[in-house]
Design a protein around this ligand. Structure first.
Ligand code: ATP
Ligand code: MG
Length: 467
């Protein structure tokens, strides 16, 4: 806080690393004024309304959205989040998303590709659909989908899928991804070779943290080869663990579905003699889904998340508290995020195809230990374990996510036409913005155990500290 330069430093990052090197003179790319106007086209087609220049619906390139403005009187204030450890005041401006008057690609010369990587997440089809719609409104004729994530670039057996409004019209009515997803896969150089061979000039990548890291590497390699290509990410993480963003698509839907699982666990537990409902939810590093689902359901007695360590055994452990709940209420509901309590479990060195560490199963571990604990005490307890993960990931987006997907998908295309690359689209501080990929993948966004939201969750569950 004493050093005003830190802010300039961060501000510069948000300004500079978003700029496309391919817009520089030496690459000979000339921006041109476009006659394109969403309002005008839509007006002409639907209402016959001609929009005037004065009523522009363009976002000016110099527009900025305020990413953060908050003043903490002390770094020890509940929820005080500081980008810089020495500051208690934050104000950062980032590029506002939306259509620009100047576009950097001739739409008729564009070949656009869309790829979905990582795991499933509600809303993938909604985003694909809006990207295709928006590209077509710009006048792009060649739009393809790359099947099964990054693998689709290099696997000779997989061919690109032609996309158009007709093809994607109804895909939002079901969950999953029209294009398929995958983990692991290809070497960055091979991917860029294929991008070059396929003559792709816009690449839209839907994926989580791993995908973003891959996209940054692809972007860097494309710049090294001086390719004229815009590479834009749309963050897909059901866990809501991308830095700086208010929320990512799919999260709302996941919470809605997850609280249904908690409610079912409650009914099961409440209807059994000494019933214990145990629900394991997604959240490898971040407990947002478990926290929000517990808050929204209101039926959780114990919420366990990766950010907050807990003991199982001992006076203050979860098992002892469960005994008390049995005496007091005759039933209990536990909601645990998949990444919680990993320190209690035996670590495996196994990794998935993408190199992510395979987590030990905290759900099964809790189930077994709770059963054993009550058996040893001679107290009958009926433990019902629910893992709704794959049911949640596969559902279609709810209304709120569908709207978020629509805006993100459209903004991804506006960003590409505006000549950005190596960026990701998001909603930050309630504004739709473009952020440099490098800034959002520095770490996972985590639940702050000192935040008001976590305190609200604790007030709602009534649980003590388990340490
Ligand atoms: P999810 O939220 O479902 O985990 P994700 O994008 O994090 O989504 P991953 O399986 O981790 O999913 O990664 C997706 C793709 O990105 C994979 O094909 C993987 O090989 C690639 N990838 C992951 N991390 C990196 C990295 N650091 N550099 C390059 N590529 C990466
Ligand atoms: Mg991941």
């Amino acid at each position: 806080f004493d050093d005003p330069d830190w802010k300039i430093h961060y501000q510069e990052k948000f300004e500079e690393c978003i700029r496309l090197p391919h817009l520089s003179d030496n690459l000979n790319v000339t921006p041109r004024h476009t006659t394109f106007s969403l309002k005008k086209r839509v007006g002409q087609v639907i209402n016959g309304i001609d929009s005037s220049e004065e009523k522009s619906d363009y976002v000016n390139d110099d527009d900025r959205a305020l990413l953060k403005v908050i003043k903490f009187s002390s770094p020890t204030s509940a929820g005080a989040e500081c980008i810089d450890p020495y500051c208690n005041w934050v104000e950062l401006w980032v590029h506002r998303a939306g259509p620009r008057k100047q576009i950097y690609f001739e739409p008729e010369n564009v070949k656009a590709a869309i790829v979905t990587c990582g795991g499933l997440c509600p809303g993938l089809n909604d985003v694909i659909r809006q990207i295709v719609f928006t590209l077509e409104v710009y006048g792009v004729k060649e739009i393809v989908g790359i099947p099964f994530g990054y693998r689709g670039f290099v696997d000779e057996e997989l061919t690109e899928i032609k996309l158009s409004r007709d093809i994607v019209q109804n895909i939002n009515l079901s969950g999953g991804s029209l294009l398929g997803v995958s983990r692991g896969g290809a070497n960055i150089n091979d991917i860029v070779d294929r991008i070059q061979a396929k003559n792709i000039s816009m690449l839209f990548v839907l994926g989580g943290n791993g995908t973003h890291a891959g996209t940054q590497a692809i972007h860097d390699e494309c710049q090294k080869r001086r390719m004229k290509i815009s590479i834009i990410c749309v963050p897909k993480t059901i866990d809501n663990d991308i830095l700086l963003m208010d929320k990512t698509f799919g999260f709302d839907t996941a919470v809605e579905e997850a609280q249904r699982a908690i409610n079912s666990a409650y009914i099961e537990a409440h209807s059994a003699y000494n019933g214990i409902g145990l629900v394991k939810l997604m959240g490898r590093s971040s407990g947002f889904i478990a926290m929000h689902a517990s808050l929204s359901s209101g039926q959780t007695d114990i919420c366990l998340i990766p950010e907050v360590p807990f003991d199982l055994e001992g006076q203050y452990g979860v098992l002892n508290y469960l005994e008390k709940l049995m005496q007091k209420k005759g039933s209990a509901v536990i909601c645990v995020a998949e990444g919680a309590g990993q320190d209690l479990l035996e670590r495996s060195n196994a990794t998935d195809a993408s190199g992510n560490v395979v987590l030990a199963d905290i759900g099964v571990y809790l189930q077994q230990n709770i059963k054993k604990h009550f058996k040893d005490l001679g107290i009958p307890a009926d433990v019902k374990y629910i893992d709704p993960t794959y049911m949640i990931r596969a559902v279609r987006a709810n209304a709120s996510d569908a709207i978020l997907c629509t805006v993100l998908g459209q903004n991804a295309v506006h960003g590409a036409f505006a000549g950005f690359s190596g960026i990701t689209v998001g909603i930050c501080n309630s504004h739709y913005v473009y952020l440099p990929i490098s800034e959002v993948i520095k770490s996972h966004r985590l639940v702050d155990p000192n935040s008001r939201m976590w305190h609200r969750c604790l007030t709602s569950t009534g649980q003590p500290d388990f340490i």
